[in-house]
Design a protein around this ligand. Sequence first.
Ligand SMILES: Nc1ccn([C@@H]2O[C@H](COP(=O)(O)OP(=O)(O)OP(=O)(O)O)[C@@H](O)[C@H]2O)c(=O)n1
Ligand SMILES: C[C@](O)(CO)[C@H](O)COP(=O)(O)O
Length: 374
Amino acid sequence: MLDVTLVVLCAGNSARFEKMCKKQWLRVGNEPLWLNVTKRLSSYSKFSKTIVVSHKDELNYMKNFSDCYTFVEGGDTRQNSIKNALKKVDTKYVMISDVARACINKEIVLNLLENKDKASCIVPVLDVSDTVIFEENTINRDKVKLIQTPQLSNTQVLNKALDTPRDFTDESSAIKAISETIFYIKGSLESKKITFGDEIEQIPCLKKPSNNFFTGTGFDIHAFEENKEMFLGGIKLPYEYGFKAHSDGDVLIHSVIDALLGAIGGGDIGEFFPDTDEKYKNIDSKILLENIVNFIYNVGYEIVNIDLTIIAQKPKINPFKIEIKSSMAKLLKLEKQFINVKATTAEKLGFIGRAEGVAVQSIATLKYYDWTQK
Ligand SMILES: Nc1ccn([C@@H]2O[C@H](COP(=O)(O)OP(=O)(O)OP(=O)(O)O)[C@@H](O)[C@H]2O)c(=O)n1
Ligand SMILES: C[C@](O)(CO)[C@H](O)COP(=O)(O)O
């Protein structure tokens, strides 16, 4: 076992990527990119431990995918994500790589490891073959290097180098700033970082997402409550009661949220919005659904269609079905043809039949965001 910890940085926001899905959640077959890259990098040598740094909103979801790695919550910058990871590093050396550099080859990792005692930070670099200008003045391109990852650092030195208010864009810059040594090895064009959306085509090792479909079911019930407005599918219904709930009680939206989370293996609405949390007291459930829809797109899915059935003796639903369908289509960012709203009574049977409350069951079908399509 090496005295080296592997850290894969997967906690970014993909702001410059400008796609529906975040870079780390692009699918390679059935694997999110972060898992595909982490499996590949960790297979290259016997690292003491592998740490995956995850965006705070995706940490619990990411943990669903593997028990083989230590998951750490990222920070608001790459450097702070590294600092969070270093709290879990107890080895002399740490190798840190950007998940956005998806196609790191084994030779580079082995070369870094072979040279780990040559300096405080071992860095793969590329020479420049283009003419280079700096502030509109041509400079000597032979003195220019493009820095890549993974970078292999002495853990103690890196901790010291990052104990600063300065924000560096990589480890070697921080280590150099405290006058510690750097050793450069030959990098690779294959180690190109995915930053902008159109760069995906330049990444050689990715295969297209699987064509699988994913379904999830949702079911929710809410009792009627006096002195409360009734919301169903984001629409206010003119009824004498509302729904008894911590939130606004929109039982239809809650049912659909559970169907969406079910389809991605993301648990249930209570895990995302605990009914013990004051910030969700009387919350507009449309906000909850918008949050979940954004999450689903961020982690690499698209919604194909939703079908739902409202089970209610009262109020009469038919007069509002079209409005509910339009409301839900807008919230789900779906064409109306892909959201179906059904309604039925309970034939006066049971609590629904006694008009004590309403139930809604939903089913959602999702697929992966296909980044190979323009
Ligand atoms: N707070 C952050 C920011 C970035 N990263 C990771 O650092 C690597 C390089 O960052 P970058 O390519 O800039 O990714 P993003 O920050 O997602 O991109 P952007 O700056 O466009 O938002 C990525 O693998 C990213 O996931 C991280 O772990 N934590
Ligand atoms: C660390 C890095 O990949 C080295 O080139 C680069 O600095 C990351 O920059 P980003 O803006 O955080 O992608």
